[in-house]
Design a protein around this ligand. Structure first.
Ligand SMILES: Cc1cc2nc3c(=O)[nH]c(=O)nc-3n(C[C@H](O)[C@H](O)[C@H](O)COP(=O)(O)O)c2cc1C
Length: 215
């Protein structure tokens, strides 16, 4: 059987892809409209093509649907967020309190994403000296998910203001699964070219090229 012909990603595609990268946002304000199951399934199927150390594909998705689980995750966020607020001095605390840092109340689709640290897929290739590469693999996949979701018009919000131990307990997952991310997914209420944290004066973007050194 002959190998499939690789596609050509022409200049139009490249320009549109650059737009996709520029317009991907962390979304905290969602419309309540449902998202079709097949739309989500198609995204998750594509994520099996994401890179991972040793091709371990260690990501595990928990589709958080029950009201009880969602309520408990929201309560955990409220507690962790209050602790974060208390850790800042006055001016920062005032600015922090103004930020919207989750869409947990409205996002129609919510996933907790874990890294299965007990997987033998990949037979340890590439992670003997760098065991954290298993977790990097999940984070890398999530960056792909973020862009892919945006390409079909869906917004994704990554929520990390949570207690990982509590999340694992609420969702009753294996002790070998390490919590990586809680994702809110849905149709965005608004679109922005600039991040919320930049718009609200919390943290500017680093100038292009600034993080590169040469040896
Ligand atoms: C690992 C990770 C954790 C994050 N956790 C949160 C969070 O808890 N709440 C939140 O509002 N945004 C969270 N974000 C989103 C960042 O604030 C956002 O990516 C950054 O401000 C740049 O904005 P943009 O994604 O719209 O470009 C997280 C992003 C990453 C990559």
């Amino acid at each position: 059987m002959s190998a499939p012909t690789p596609p050509v990603f022409d200049e139009l595609f490249q320009a549109q892809f650059a737009q996709l990268v520029a317009w991907r946002r962390d979304v905290r304000r969602f419309r309540s409209d449902t998202v079709k199951g097949e739309t989500i399934d198609a995204l998750l199927d594509l994520m099996q093509l994401a890179p991972s150390v040793g091709n371990s594909q260690p990501w595990r998705w928990v589709n958080v649907e029950s009201k009880d689980a969602r309520d408990r995750i929201r309560e955990d966020f409220a507690r962790c967020n209050a602790e974060a607020l208390a850790s800042y001095e006055t001016d920062r605390a005032i600015a922090y309190a103004r930020l919207k840092l989750e869409g947990l109340q409205v996002a129609p689709v919510q996933f907790a994403v874990f890294c299965d640290q007990s997987t033998d897929q990949g037979a340890n290739l590439g992670r003997r000296t760098m065991p954290l590469t298993l977790e990097y693999s999940v984070a890398g996949m999530l960056a792909t998910f973020w862009l892919t979701a945006r390409s079909v018009g869906l917004g994704v919000g990554w929520v990390s203001i949570l207690d990982p131990v509590h999340v694992a307990k609420v969702l009753q997952v294996s002790e070998d699964w390490k919590f990586i991310a809680y994702l809110c997914v849905g149709w965005p209420q608004e679109e922005h070219i600039d991040p919320e944290l930049v718009r609200h004066g919390w943290q500017d973007r680093t100038a292009a090229g600034r993080a590169v050194i040469t040896r």
